[in-house]
Design a protein around this ligand. Structure first.
Ligand code: NAD
Ligand code: DAU
Length: 342
């Protein structure tokens, strides 16, 4: 029986991944290792507390001793690293913690992977390592790395350490680079949940710049299934791009959300742009499709409708988040922005 250390399992994608894996592979032990930062929320895993194949440990990936204890206590032989500071806007406000968790934390896990001789290390990375595209083209695994935000720079550094540990020490590591995820349990600082929650509260919907930036959206469960495939069949030292093949500009998504909720477009507010805002991302996922037989299953319209429904049905989940430190974050991030209408 394999024992997986899933770091960052109390966050958005990590918690969806744990639910997915417990259902798909009942023979695996899943050890969720999470610091519970503002983004970590054990409510994302409610109902699993007493699952026989699930354990939770509160810990920081930068803390070698706690990581070592978790590895030994549960005979961990696989590490999947989701743990990260994940929000671009926060990385612009304060990059230091992004370097600490995303770079130093990843190398601490790589040291543990070496020490305990894991059979697999999966680094969950992002399309943002490739930078920004013009009107045409897509990112492939051989596109030069060109991170633009502090978040993207920290994720790129982590990727380089993963590849260096694989090359130098033989850590059996693979990297997945995914495009923008959406779905249940996403913290309402990210575009889709923020717009849903604001619309439900009849609050302005702050669209950065001209709203013409393009992202390639993927339903979180499709991403989880891709990670599962890479975990089991990926080749050490390889990078796998994962995308939805589904490009949308921000303003069209915001309008779609308003239509789903029956709210007026007058809630849309164009605000000051994100500094250094990447214009367009689009993934070429042909490698994972060709070599590992994965492709996304969910349509965007269907997935978005389900996601909107999920937020309507789980108002207590996001209202608890909004009642905490979130309001202070929102003020810092948006009040000044909203004053400076374009
Ligand atoms: P998230 O912010 O929702 O969750 C991050 C989790 O990591 C939280 O549970 C948090 O408590 C935990 N964490 C943070 N610092 C930690 C530390 N020092 N030690 C232990 N745990 C810590 O993030 P997400 O959106 O679920 O993203 C998960 C991973 O996927 C990240 O590595 C991110 O870079 C990557 N990714 C995200 C997307 C996306 O669209 N959200 C796309 C591609 C890749
Ligand atoms: O591409 C993968 C990345 O996607 C992940 O690596 C990151 O962890 C994840 O946060 C996400 O980054 P983005 O910056 O693309 O996501 P975000 O939801 O913050 O923004 C999506 C787009 O929407 C972007 O063009 C900025 C815009 N936006 C965002 C917010 C929060 C707005 O116009 N208004 C907003 O209030």
């Amino acid at each position: 029986m394999h024992s997986l250390l899933v770091t960052g399992g109390a966050g958005f994608i990590g918690s969806n991944f744990i639910r997915y894996m417990l259902a798909a592979h009942p023979d695996l032990l899943i050890v969720n290792y999470d610091k519970l930062t503002y983004a970590g929320n054990l409510e994302n895993l409610s109902g699993l507390e007493n699952h026989p194949s699930y354990r939770f440990i509160r810990g920081d990936i930068c803390d070698h001793e706690t990581v070592a204890r978790a590895m030994e206590e549960h005979s961990v032989d696989i590490i999947i690293n989701f743990a990260a500071e994940s929000h671009v806007d926060r990385s612009i406000l304060g990059p230091a913690v992004f370097i600490e968790t995303n770079v130093t934390g990843t190398t601490a896990l790589l040291d543990a992977a070496r020490k305990y001789g894991v059979v697999r290390f999966v680094q969950i990375s992002t399309d943002e390592v490739y930078g920004s595209l013009g009107e045409e083209g897509t990112f492939s695994e051989t596109t030069p790395l060109h991170p633009n935000s502090p978040y993207a720079a920290s994720k790129t550094s982590a990727d380089l350490f993963v590849l260096a540990y694989q090359h130098t020490f033989g850590v059996p590591a693979v990297i997945t680079r995914c495009s923008n995820n959406y779905g249940p349990y996403q913290f309402p600082e990210k575009l889709i949940p923020l717009m849903i929650v604001n619309a439900l509260n009849d609050r302005p919907l702050p669209v950065y710049g001209d709203g013409g930036n393009v992202r390639d959206w993927i339903y979180v469960e499709d991403h989880c299934r891709a990670i599962d495939v890479v975990l089991h069949h990926g080749v050490a030292g390889e990078v796998y791009n994962i995308g939805g093949g589904n490009e949308w500009n921000n303003i069209d998504i915001v309008k779609l959300i308003l239509r789903e909720l029956g709210k007026p477009e007058s809630l849309i507010t164009f605000v000051k742009d994100r500094p250094g805002h990447d214009r367009r991302y689009a993934m070429d996922s042909r490698k994972i499709t060709r070599e590992l037989d994965w492709k996304p299953a969910k349509t965007f319209e269907g997935g978005l409708r389900e996601t909107v429904r999920w937020y309507l049905d789980h108002a207590e989940w996001w209202k608890r988040i909004l009642s905490g430190a979130y309001e202070e974050y929102y003020r810092t991030m948006y009040v000044e922005r909203e004053r400076s209408f374009r």
